[in-house]
Design a protein around this ligand. Structure first.
Ligand code: M6R
Length: 608
């Protein structure tokens, strides 16, 4: 959730670190800091709030030097403050360390260190790590780090240096990503490729329990048992401009408008149109096993969970699998049947979500076939699953997921199509789906044309403090996702509900100040949705409906209609998603919210 950037090479480090931090700010943004060394002196600058505030402070401090480490923090232990910001230093300010993750046994360790005379300046678990390293340090920083990492429990990605050897950065990882950037005559490291990509597209992902040492002229990777690791560099396939706003006011808006492309990228080369089936290269090695499964579990969090919820309906419709969807954070508490007849699919944009990773590890232990649907290439979930599929949606920077959510829904449909065609789905039905998929991106482009109309509605509706979102069948998960988008970025209380549940409780909330957003496609649920809407109107509740263009009846029942093109039932929810994203976006903008960096949230949730 926090971000790390490091640089060692011939150039001034501070501007590179600050620019890298800005690119990581979407991961956490309550405080930030950097330490830069010039061979003799080390300059430490830390500040509460966004990176721009750190930048101002750094301008005054003027850190000089060609090596440094930097961090942007999302508070876990201790409130956002200068003292708690990273880099953390030890007793004698010789070691400078940045840390992502959580040291679980830090309280016990802290007490022991205090007894030995250590005094602490912060409330962080990270500072304990620095003091411990100091204790073990006998002139070799990497050796001290290895010893300490045998003592601490928890997750970490760390980067540190010692004042006495300012030509060397040590990095280590367990459970929190770290990537080396191999430049021309310089080296970088970061917790996210975004921070490196302007300088190099040659990267190496550190694995768990590995340590790297960056020098001015080379680097070395080893495991915690001192065995040397030799690993090829990987080439990042997207350029720095993919992570720029390209003239949009916010990353979220840009990413909403990128959705037709994201869908095309998800489909590219994956549809065998004549056979009404899909081809997913990443699953080919396990296809025979997958076809013979009885059950599939989707595990994920947040929007990725809603993508799984939608996929449950689609898989049940077109495959023979029995399907379970579970929040990754709850998965481990259930006593599920996870055996060789069970596939578990982790759905994750970042591929680093701690709960999802933990769920996969649990499923593996029990013998299930573990698969991943991940956007970030080389991420931990991608590496720890036996097989999987990438979204190829490009980097998603806005904290609220938009294009990757839609892409997940598309890829999950492709997976269902692939399995379904070996099971109950006929050629005709397969062709019906592939043809509809081909038309999807064009239909999404048409929905985006109605952005001005949605903006106008959102402006009028931005004053309400509570919202209900309802839908049925395929559009129930979309109602949940729409409500999540609104609450994440506008801080408005919004509840997503299966419309049929309305009368079992939430209808009591409805009054003229409590509007409802209803997703009302022309499918088998239409009449029941109209009944729900009438029940809301009878209580003077306002209703904004997302409905298909051909629906001439809906306007007579609701206050506002957002018309969308019609698709087949299983794809209609994808089209319906866009108006809900735009509505949330424009409401949040009207309320002056920080859309790309909503309060308390981080893009990638790497702690459980
Ligand atoms: O990276 P992941 O897909 O695993 O992340 C899961 C959730 O943290 C994520 O979807 C979150 O809910 C987003 N902020 C939703 O907009």
């Amino acid at each position: 959730m926090c971000g790390i950037v490091c640089y060692i090479g011939p150039r001034e480090a501070a501007p590179i670190l600050l620019e890298g931090l800005k690119r990581l700010e979407y991961r956490g943004y309550d405080s930030a800091g950097l330490a830069v060394a010039d061979g003799e002196n080390t300059c430490l600058v830390k500040e509460v709030g966004k990176v721009s505030r750190l930048e101002e402070k750094a301008r005054e401090a003027g850190p000089r030097g060609t090596m440094g480490i930097a961090h942007t923090r999302w508070a876990t232990h201790g409130k956002p403050s200068v003292a708690n910001a990273h880099p953390q230093t030890g007793e004698n300010d010789k070691i400078f360390l940045v840390h992502n993750g959580i040291i679980e046994n830090y309280l016990v360790l802290k007490e022991e260190l205090k007894k030995e005379g250590h005094t602490f300046k912060s409330e962080t678990d990270t500072e304990v790590l620095v003091h411990l390293i100091e204790e073990y340090y006998e002139g070799d920083l990497a050796a001290a780090v290895k010893k300490v990492l045998g003592v601490v429990r928890g997750t970490f990605g760390i980067a540190l240096f010692h004042r006495d050897s300012p030509d060397r950065i040590v990095l280590a990882r367990r459970g929190s990503p770290l990537i080396l950037g191999i430049g021309k005559g310089e080296f970088l490291a970061a917790s996210d490729v975004n921070a490196l990509i302007r300088h190099t597209n040659q990267v190496i992902h550190l694995k768990d329990n590995e340590l790297a040492v960056l020098n001015r002229h080379d680097y070395a990777i080893s495991d915690f048992q001192d065995r040397l690791v030799v690993r090829e560099t990987e080439t990042v396939e997207w350029g720095a401009d993919a992570a720029d706003k390209k003239g949009y006011e916010h990353f979220m808006l840009k990413e909403i408008f990128e959705q037709p492309d994201a869908v095309e990228n998800a489909l590219r080369g994956r549809l065998l149109e004549g056979e009404g089936v899909s081809r997913l290269g990443g699953l080919e090695g396990v296809l025979d096993r997958l076809k013979s499964m009885e059950r599939i579990h989707f595990v994920s969090c947040g929007s990725s969970y809603y993508a799984g919820l939608l996929a449950r309906y689609v898989f049940e419709k077109i495959t023979g699998f029995s399907v379970e969807v579970e929040y990754a954070s709850e998965f481990r508490y259930r006593n599920l049947r996870l055996d060789e007849k069970t596939a578990v699919l982790a759905i994750s944009q970042s591929g680093e979500t701690a709960d999802t990773l933990a769920a996969i590890r649990e499923a593996k232990r029990k013998g299930a076939l573990c698969l991943g649907l991940v956007n970030v290439v080389g991420s931990t979930i991608a590496k720890e699953t036996e097989a999987g599929v990438y979204n190829h949606a490009g980097p998603e920077i806005g904290v609220a997921s938009t294009k990757v959510f839609l892409s997940q829904c598309v890829v999950l449909t492709l997976m269902a199509l692939l399995v379904g065609r070996y099971q109950r789905l006929s050629l005709t039905e397969g062709l019906f789906i592939t043809r509809a998929l081909k038309k999807l991106s064009g239909q999404l482009r048409r929905v985006l044309e109605s952005a001005p109309r949605i903006e106008e509605i959102a402006r009028r509706y931005a004053r309400y403090d509570n919202y209900l979102y309802i839908g049925r069948l395929y559009n129930f998960p979309i109602a949940m996702e729409g409500a999540l988008k609104l609450k994440e970025i506008s801080y408005i209380h919004a509840e997503g509900y299966a419309a049929g549940e309305m009368k079992h409780g939430p209808i009591s909330l409805i009054d003229p100040e409590f509007p409802t957003v209803a997703v009302v496609p022309r499918d088998s649920t239409y009449d029941k949705m109209i009944n729900n809407i009438q029940e809301i109107k009878a209580r003077e509740g306002k209703v904004v409906a997302v409905a298909v263009e051909e629906d001439e009846e809906i306007a007579g029942h609701v206050d506002e209609v957002i018309p969308v093109p019609r698709s087949i039932d299983i794809l209609q929810p994808l089209i319906n998603t866009i108006p809900l994203q735009l509505f949330a976006y424009y409401v949040a903008r009207e309320r002056g919210c920080d859309i790309d960096k909503p309060r308390n949230l981080a893009k990638s949730v790497t702690v459980e």
